[in-house]
Design a protein around this ligand. Sequence first.
Ligand code: SF4
Ligand code: FE
Length: 486
Amino acid sequence: MKTGKEYIESLRNRNIKVYFKGQLLDPKTLSEHPYIRGHFNSAAVTYDLAHDPATEDLVTTTSHLTGKKINRFTHIHQSTEDLLKKVKMLRMISLRTGTCYQRCVGFDAMNATYTVTYEMDQKLGTSYHERFKKFLLYVQENDLMVAGAMTDPKGDRSLRPSQQADPDLFVHVVDRDNKGIYITGAKCHMTGMVNSHEMLIMPTMSMGPDDRDYAVCCALPVDAPGVLHIFGRQTNDDRKAEGDLDQGNPKYGIVGGETLTVLEHVFVPWERVFLCGEIEYSGMLVERFASYHRQNYGGCKGGVSDIVIGAAATAADFGGYGKATAIKDKLNQMIHLTETLYCCSIACSAEGRKTPSGAYYVDPLLANVGKHNVTSLIYEIDRLAQDIGGGILATMPSESDLKSEEVGKYVDKYLRGVASIPTIDRMRILRLLENMTGGVALVESMHGAGSPAAQKVMYSKLANLEAKKKHALDLAGVVLPPKKDK
Ligand code: SF4
Ligand code: FE
């Protein structure tokens, strides 16, 4: 297993093409780039904690392929205990980073692909599962980080992939020969892409008979010929070119360093193709991946919210109002909401079940409910945090002003809270709170792992409304007339 430092070093000699603000970046110094380094650092924590005796029980496990000790982020869940440990691991890591560490997306994509290829092979007589196991073995043996790549640009949402004015708005197979396939298109919102080794491409939705070329799942290095990445902007990101204080979380940044990843006639050899044209398994792969990823959010956002609660409570202490009853009440509300998020992740894991492949899968209904809660409860948690933090969260002078020869003494004097806490420390906590409760962090809670509408679609599929109606009718003593044949 790699350490964090070895992980970062392993990414130095790539031919990766990353553009930011119109400039092509030097791949050798990507991990030191001020706008990008936090995301490398955050992912590196998932490597370092595997070597820490205090955390290795959660972060390491035994490969079912080799019997060797591996990093859990490369594992295929073999029990409900594995599913539970995943959630506990995420909450624990979030407490250390306060932000996204990105490695879960590929983790979930691998578990989804593992289970679906097995079932597909059983039904269709294909040999995708064995191919995928070879890729998985390569990932485990080299302790790689894999970016899960699902979301296509989608163009006109009222049209199917094959009906779009531009055929590339969904990733599709444009050519094939006896060596492999060629794909073109793009993937959006790609968390952790530029600091991953590989990407695992999956279809973005179920596909119809005319969309066969769009039903494709395959793996390729993030620096494969024909691939380029456009690194996204974030709220307040130019603060990263300044000092540390105004960033709030300077070491690990905010959210996952997302990209628009473009694929121009990219070659993928057959041994790395895990679904190609089998439209009936496209939707299943999407659902599996989505549910595994939605499982995470009570763990990952639970840990992030723990930091928000701690920062809000400390801001109140530093301002001298931490003991007020109203503050304690707000903190209790935040704790209640945070643990509510965590409950769903624990529940969908405890209720997980074995799939035909032997791998374990979460309860999809409970996983979707958990992610859906995140789309509103995080807003409430952050609203309470901003309520506690006060207007200063939005109006505070900069680090440069604090350090200015002319006005620094005034910032220091007038932003002081309780006399025993240096002004700079009060400012640090307020900046952490500002950055964690605004901008991209909130949008990520809404749309990461799928927008609320995507979770609602799953309810009607999974919740068995007809059975609920039947129970109600039985209790009320209503017997419906038999349905007439048409
Ligand atoms: Fe993992 Fe997603 Fe949370 Fe990032 S946002 S830490 S990838 S679950
Ligand atoms: Fe996410």
